[in-house]
Design a protein around this ligand. Structure first.
Ligand code: PFF
Length: 450
């Protein structure tokens, strides 16, 4: 009897972690961002580098970050403080936790605006507005949304309000249920779209664009973008997975659960790419069109399939749910820190962080219209926040986590936490040498230093 219960509990806690971590990992990054970055950075070669980054850097780091969380069992800043004390290292390491809190904050500010776009599309799909839409009309409809600060303002506000209301009540069972339905739902919808893509004229061209690497099209900056996207998509380098790791019971295998999450995350991104590029080529659209890519291609597919307005609605509802579960992970480190260290209630902590994030998000709302001419180094406000976080702050946070887990945390501790047997030495090598060196090299080459 006792054994039975023990086994059952074990399974449900592993599942709870997998759901929370997948909820954080799978989001706009997979469906909205991965395809447009692949499109802007030449396709196949970018995808190949991305996959390499996930396997060689992302997975070992995901294991490391989860392990630090489980060992420290608090918010990222306090976890880093506790672990530095345990290892008798310099307390300066806890600034890595700070960096993570700040990155989550900055990312959520624009993430919420894009999630607002997907909410707008839920309604557009449902109203039958997209039935048999042509590529030109789809572009025009998206253009109208982009050029309207008012509409984006409203949906950004609604998305932030929903997110912060959920966060203020603590990460709840309802969310776990939502993720349980969202993940298989998203997979089914993507497979449906992939089925549509297969029957389209652009399938061959789309697939070879995505999977046939042409390394001559790859610049140093593209490699950095692929690396940043691996961090962004897996939700690494900012303490989110550390927090989820802190709830993980000690008998669950970290390497196995995190590898599964990384696999699912990558699968969703690739399936999204396979759905989108055939539509791009079949309609003579430009793969380089940027953040509007899914909004200008998927409605064409839904508009042509039977039952398309229902499936389109379902797809954007699922995308919205995926965005919510990631948004919660983005802001949770800040809220946990404010409520644990600054003596605030969870409600007050959520309110303050939500309002600040919302204000910052207005910069992104205006980037696509009234401020679109205001650029620094050729980038608008949204692009600067995105570049700074994904390509600089997350990789830097990742290097710090790798160095900390590989060199500072005692070997006995990480060995006992990970229980990887002979594979431990590969993980340790990856985390001690490969991750920090690869990230440093990529960053330096992107700014033309090497
Ligand atoms: N991984 C999320 C996505 O792909 O949309 C975004 C994200 C969530 C990044 C949580 C970082 C994070 F900590």
């Amino acid at each position: 009897m006792t054994d039975q219960r023990f086994l059952h509990n074990q399974w449900s806690s592993r599942l709870a972690f997998i759901l929370a971590a997948s909820g954080s990992a799978i989001g706009l990054g997979n469906i909205w961002k991965f395809p447009y970055l692949a499109g802007e950075n030449g396709g196949g070669a970018f995808v190949a580098v991305y996959l390499l980054c996930v396997i060689a850097i992302g997975i070992p780091l995901m294991i490391a970050e989860t392990m630090l969380g489980r060992r420290g069992r608090q918010n990222p800043i306090n976890t880093m403080l506790t672990l530095t004390r345990e290892a008798k290292a310099s307390p300066a390491w806890h600034y890595a936790g700070w960096l993570g809190v700040l990155s989550g904050f900055l990312i959520l500010s624009y993430y919420s605006v894009i999630a607002g776009w997907s909410m707008v599309y839920m309604f557009k799909m449902n109203s039958g507005f997209m039935n048999n839409v042509s590529a030109e009309s789809a572009s025009r409809i998206f253009g109208d949304l982009k050029s309207s600060p008012e509409i984006q303002f409203i949906w950004h506000t609604i998305f932030m309000t929903i997110t912060m209301t959920i966060v203020s009540r603590g990460v709840s069972g309802g969310l776990e249920r939502a993720t349980r339905f969202m993940m298989p739902g998203l997979l089914v919808m993507l497979l449906l779209l992939d089925g549509y893509a297969m029957s389209s004229d652009g399938f061959g061209e789309g697939i070879s664009f995505l999977f046939k690497p042409d390394f001559s099209r790859l610049s140093g900056e593209s490699v950095l973008v692929a690396l940043g996207q691996a961090f962004f998509s897996l939700g690494l380098g900012m303490g989110a997975i550390m927090i989820y790791g802190s709830y993980l019971p000690s008998h669950v295998s970290i390497p196995r659960s995190t590898t599964f999450v990384a696999f699912m995350d990558t699968l969703v991104a690739l399936l999204a790419g396979v759905a989108i590029f055939p539509i791009v080529f079949a309609n003579q659209l430009e793969p380089t069109m940027g953040p509007g890519l899914i909004f200008q291609t998927l409605p064409i597919a839904f508009g042509q399939m039977p039952g398309g307005s229902f499936f389109g609605l379902l797809f954007f509802v699922l995308l919205f749910l995926a965005a919510i579960t990631s948004a919660i992970a983005l802001i949770e480190p800040a809220v946990a820190w404010l409520s644990e260290n600054r003596d605030m209630t969870r409600e007050a902590a959520s309110l303050w962080s939500g309002v600040t994030c919302w204000l910052l998000g207005l910069g992104t709302v205006f980037s696509f219209n009234v401020w679109s001419e205001n650029t620094w180094f050729g980038k608008n406000f949204f692009e600067i926040v995105d570049f700074l976080t994904a390509n600089f702050m997350l990789p830097l946070g990742g290097i710090l986590v790798a160095l900390f887990a590989g060199w500072i945390v005692m070997r006995e501790v990480s060995e006992a936490e990970l229980e990887m047997g002979a594979a431990y030495k590969y993980w340790q090598f990856a985390i001690r040498y490969i991750s920090p060196l690869a990230v440093a090299l990529v960053a330096l080459s992107a700014i033309d230093v090497v």
